[in-house]
Design a protein around this ligand. Sequence first.
Ligand code: F6P
Length: 316
Amino acid sequence: MKIGVLTSGGDAPGMNAAIRAVVRAGSLYGHEIYGIKDGYSGMINDDMILLNHQSVSGMLAKGGTFLGTSRSAEFLDETIRQGAVNNLKNRGIEALIVIGGDGTYRGAMDLTKMGLKTIGLPGTIDNDIAGTDFTIGFHTAVETIVDAIDKLRDTSTSHQRCSIVEVMGRHCGDLALFSGICGGAEFIVTPEHPMNKEQIISRLKKHKEEGRRHAIIVITENILNVHDFANEITDKSGFASRATVLGYIQRGGSPCPEDRILGSRMGTYAVELLNDDIYGVCVGVRDSRMVHLPFSNVVGQKRPKNEIYNLVKKVS
Ligand code: F6P
């Protein structure tokens, strides 16, 4: 079989591990693997290369995605999408493995309806995909954030300040939750676990009275303006506050072992599903086991609130 592979949406550490596994496992089973450049844009522009065992050598430890990625607005247009499908069919490519987030899966679901044998792998630092306990890239991003929190704590303690750390996640609080717990944050604010400003300010006032030298607040993006909030905390609680928006640094870096393993397992599993003529599904990991679910069960679905939320009030 000729199989295409692409990465789409925000890049995530471990995407290269997944591509590498698709290529290595695919070659082992006698398939030809085509790497499609820059996500769905490469499909539209017929920009793809034949990959072999050697082409993915040294890729396991590399961050980002060596195939490139994009958020292709054009791909939403059905005529353009049909052209992209034709590009694959003209090359005899009958199956496609896409690695990305919810937007990528929506595209993949449409492609399945258009007759392409499509499989999705969850690749995003946000951990916001239903049907999987973890997405490729999440653990590395948590490590990066924890490293930043540890450093911010040093300077916060020296200056007796409260540090607000805004992390990514779009509308999912898992990055804030996991990194906040690992970094010993005093407050964790997420879409699933909101806290009102007054609550935080009055607790900070108390912290100040008790003589505490620092406080860390980890907060998911898109909740409030963290710089304004830092000023409000300074004015109302007496705890001088500064905000740091971690931004794109969270998406970079060499993948940690969990993401290398997850990418390798998921890439291999996707090829094996195609071997069994199973497609129109996305791969996940549940209780450490590989699973797959139809796109329609996952796209647009919210993940249940993470069970480690119950740790927050016990250890923060
Ligand atoms: O989907 C991953 C993500 O990094 C989100 O956490 C963030 O909101 C978004 O991508 C940023 O997207 P862009 O790279 O298009 O600015």
